[in-house]
Design a protein around this ligand. Structure first.
Ligand SMILES: [Zn+2]
Length: 470
């Protein structure tokens, strides 16, 4: 038996409300016993030939021709550990999985499985495939990616079982990718992670695909991802974008539970883009149409800065609402933290307003190997997105009433959050567009945890020689 408990670990859930960040912990000893005694069966007695053996778990029966190893024989236990986490994400009781079990094939030699009649329903197996309660995964050179694909197809199987449908492609594949991307350390399975380093997830490559697309001018807006068509999933890029969107949504407290909850609008039995339009309309209803352009900009900020170890809690934009105060020429002052992403000033300015912004303060940007101190001009020995880390930056987010494709940024080269103004210790500036002022201290979103201190930023009327905003 696997002794397991659900640990609502990870960071303060009440505070962050990122509810998929849960993990199942089971002791290394129990984990070892689990695959030793509950999963290993000898090769089937002649039904599929002696080369194919069966590993038995609670939710997965896995047939494989791969040699016995800790990694391979432990797969049903990993799958069993993932199922309660998936149920939690989908907002369903694990009881809904009583009696549900996937029949899986982990294939080393495809012809061997053909001879055994185990791949008749598979059209063109490149990596993995799921059909009702069956799944197939081709052996991978990476133990991580083998597990990943198995979990990915398992998520499809569970959603098909519980909801009788998978939803539009971005949702089906994005959720499967979200719930398959994992860490497994010392018998502890954690799903929904942004991997800390590429070496942790050999062959996964989702972040590189996104970066390469953006560099090639093919960055996708939120609307683009929602509109991905089934045929586009022939390339791995579509999986990467779908994953990233689901990670982004789950990382926003405003959207917590939305993804899992969308399953209740799945029309039963309609598994593909048949239902995409209705589904996406309802999705937009839930995220709020009136602030849609703001979320487009926040999404592009996220995707444009996505990196291994991206710190969702610290890097996300907490407040996208239009500033409550309209600037009337008076002086204003704020504190800007170096351990956060974009911070809303609460102040709206108008197109043509000329302002002087000054900043002062000394803050910490890291403590390895020694403390890195910076002022608002930044430290020129390390750069992020081409600017010194520690540099004070500003941008203007147009309000929903003025936002459109040209200003709100469903294009990576025009998104205000990815194209900030460098302020440093002072700057005079004429606003090229009206909107709410946001500030940040430049740093990698993976390196915010060890930053500390703050900067005092003040705004007043410009003295004269402003630089024109672009
Ligand atoms: Zn899939």
């Amino acid at each position: 038996m696997i002794r397991s408990c659900i640990a609502t670990t990870l960071r303060n859930r009440a505070k962050t409300a990122i509810r998929f960040f849960v993990s199942i912990v089971f002791s290394p000893v129990a984990f070892f016993l689990a695959f030793c005694f509950s999963t290993v069966f000898p090769a089937d007695s002649g039904i599929f030939g002696s080369e194919i053996r069966t590993l038995e778990g609670t939710y997965l029966r896995l047939r494989t021709d791969l040699p016995s190893s800790t990694e391979v024989d432990g797969l049903p236990a990993v799958f069993d550990a993932a199922v309660p986490l998936w149920c939690r994400f989908l907002g369903i009781s694990p009881n809904r999985c009583d009696g549900w079990k996937m029949d899986g094939c982990l294939i080393g030699d495809f012809e061997r499985f053909e001879r055994a009649g185990l791949v008749r329903e598979v059209p063109d197996l490149r990596t993995g495939f799921q059909l009702n309660r069956k799944l197939w995964v081709l052996e991978q050179a990476s133990a991580y990616y083998r597990r990943h694909l198995l979990l990915h197809e398992g998520v499809h199987g569970l959603m098909a079982h519980v909801f009788h449908g998978l939803g539009p492609p971005w949702y089906a594949e994005g959720c499967a990718e979200l719930l398959a991307t994992h860490t497994l350390r010392d018998g502890k399975l954690e799903i929904g992670v942004i991997p800390g380093h590429r070496d942790e997830v050999p062959m996964w490559g989702r972040i590189k695909l996104i970066r390469d697309d953006i560099a090639a001018g093919k960055g996708r807006s939120l609307r683009d991802v929602l509109g991905l068509q089934p045929g586009e999933y022939d390339a791995p890029n579509a999986y990467a974008w779908s994953w990233a969107l689901c990670v982004f949504l789950e990382g926003q407290p405003e959207f917590t539970g939305i993804l899992g909850g969308m399953t209740n609008v799945l029309p039963p039995g309609r598994t593909t883009s048949e239902c995409a339009e209705t589904f996406n309309e309802r999705f937009y209803d839930r995220i709020g149409r009136d602030v849609r352009s703001q979320w487009e900009a926040a999404w592009i900020d996220f995707a444009g800065r996505l990196d291994y170890g991206y710190d969702r809690e610290r890097a996300r934009i907490d407040d996208l609402s239009p500033g409550a105060t309209r600037w009337n020429g008076r002086n204003h002052q704020w504190r800007v933290r170096p351990d956060r992403g974009w911070q809303n000033s609460g102040l709206r300015i108008q197109q043509g307003d000329a302002v002087r912004i000054a900043a002062a303060g000394r803050f910490r940007l890291g403590n390895r190997p020694a403390t890195w101190w910076s002022d608002p001009n930044g430290i020129t020995i390390r750069y992020d997105r081409g600017r010194p880390i520690g540099e004070l930056q500003m941008t203007i987010l147009p309000g929903p009433e003025t936002s459109n494709a040209n200003t709100a940024g469903d294009d990576y080269s025009r998104c205000p959050f990815l194209n900030p103004v460098s302020i440093g210790t002072h700057c005079e500036y004429t606003a090229p567009v009206g909107g709410t002022l946001f500030f940040r201290i430049n740093d990698s979103p993976a390196d915010l945890a060890d930053n500390d201190g703050d900067v005092t930023v003040s705004l007043e009327k410009a003295s004269g020689n402003t630089i024109p905003g672009s």
